[in-house]
Design a protein around this ligand. Structure first.
Ligand SMILES: NC(=O)c1ccc[n+]([C@@H]2O[C@H](COP(=O)([O-])OP(=O)(O)OC[C@H]3O[C@@H](n4cnc5c(N)ncnc54)[C@H](OP(=O)(O)O)[C@@H]3O)[C@@H](O)[C@H]2O)c1
Length: 348
């Protein structure tokens, strides 16, 4: 650890601007570990937090991969080890974030990184796979788990399968034995096929909803909308059975159809801490228990080699490249890839 007690970090300013600054290295609480970050991945929630501009002085960034640097006094013996390779996420821009050299995180809610995964790939084992799990198993009720697959090949639509959330949702749904109907732009059909989708439709085709309804013979009851705007929720609703169904939406929204239930959850719930960005939320022991249970299941699937990383694109200049990365995302250029920063590449 730096003898000055300071670290480089990407800090949000009063006007929602960001700059590379020296800030205090976070102090881990008794139940936390301090992680020395090797790579950090970018999410749409980063630019959303900047535009919200609520917490000036907070550090941007949710996803991290790195090594355990020190362990809080109340962490059970043997739960974590110094030097262990770990990944996960925090509620960035609400205090300590991951576009930094260190982050303190709860010791129970992380994913151990297998040796076969690079830190670059592992930086995506945070916000988006957990969001995919929450969509499939909390927002939707009644789907089989990857650890207890069905033989029924129940169809599910993963709308926006080339998003980072979608790349993991397709894999979990496939492991669960479901028949995975996916949508993506044509350029990403190969990617979506390679992670296990059974059928892929072009979301830009005006006939998409009808084609999906045809291929599922009007029996589609479940969908994850990885975009969840007014237009996509209408398309997804149109593809579902006339009897209705359940849609997990990654952002708040409603269906155009009365018998289609749209449910939105926020993944930060699973960290088991309170937050008020942008919705006030008070964590319960249930949230913590659910987060830990799914983190353990996900960690096992990763360790067993059952989950593939999505494509990553490492941006130059480490933390000094974040402003460019945010602009790249705002320009709508992210397509089937995760933007990643290597902290050691940081230039000042
Ligand atoms: N609820 C939560 O707690 C939570 C947590 C994490 C993320 N989210 C939200 O989930 C959403 C997805 O996040 P992400 O990180 O997975 O996104 P991402 O990977 O950055 O999304 C990029 C992808 O979006 C696809 N796309 C853009 N417009 C589309 C459309 N109209 N229809 C279908 N696909 C479209 C593009 O597909 P093509 O290149 O193939 O065109 C591109 O591959 C974001 O809005 C994010 O804020 C919510």
């Amino acid at each position: 650890m730096s003898s000055s007690g300071l670290q480089k970090a990407v800090v949000i300013g009063l006007k929602g601007d960001i700059s590379l600054q020296r800030t205090p290295i976070p102090e881990p609480g008794p139940d936390d570990i301090l992680v020395k970050i090797v790579t950090a991945a970018q999410n749409p929630s980063d630019w959303m937090a900047m535009q919200r501009g609520k917490v000036a002085g907070a550090i941007l960034g949710c996803d991290f991969a790195g090594t355990v640097h020190c362990i809080g006094s109340a962490v059970p013996e043997g739960q974590r080890t110094i030097g262990e390779r770990v990944a996960g996420f925090v509620l960035g821009a609400d205090g300590p974030g991951t576009f930094a050299e260190y982050v303190a995180v709860p010791a129970h809610f992380i994913v151990p990184i297998p040796q076969s995964w690079s830190f670059e790939d592992a930086s995506q084992l945070g916000l988006t796979p957990f969001t995919a799990l929450q969509a499939l198993y909390e927002s939707i009720v009644g789907l089989p788990l990857p650890t207890n697959p069905t033989t029924d090949a129940i169809p599910i639509l993963i709308y926006g399968a080339s998003t980072s959330v979608g790349i993991f949702a397709v894999q979990f749904a496939k492991l669960a034995g479901l028949r995975v109907i996916a949508t993506a732009s044509r350029a990403n059909f190969g990617l979506v096929k390679s992670i296990g989708a059974d059928e892929i439709f072009d979301y830009k085709d005006p006939e998409m909803a009808r084609q999906i309804k045809d291929t599922t013979r009007g029996r589609l009851e479940f969908a994850v909308d990885c975009i969840a705007n007014e237009q996509t929720l209408r398309l997804v609703s149109d593809a579902l059975s006339d009897d209705g169904g359940q849609v997990a939406a990654v952002l708040p929204g409603v269906s155009t159809r009365a018998n289609v239930k749209v449910t939105f959850n926020l993944i930060y719930e699973w960290i088991g801490k309170d937050y008020d960005l942008p919705w006030e939320f008070r964590a319960t022991s249930d949230h913590r228990e659910r987060g830990e249970r799914f983190a353990n299941m996900f960690s096992d699937l990763i360790a067993q080699g059952k989950i593939k990383p999505g494509p990553v694109r490492v941006l130059p200049n480490g933390l000094a490249g974040v402003a460019d990365g945010i602009q790249y995302m705002l320009d709508g250029k992210v397509s089937g890839q995760k933007l990643v920063y290597c902290i050691a590449d940081t230039v000042e």
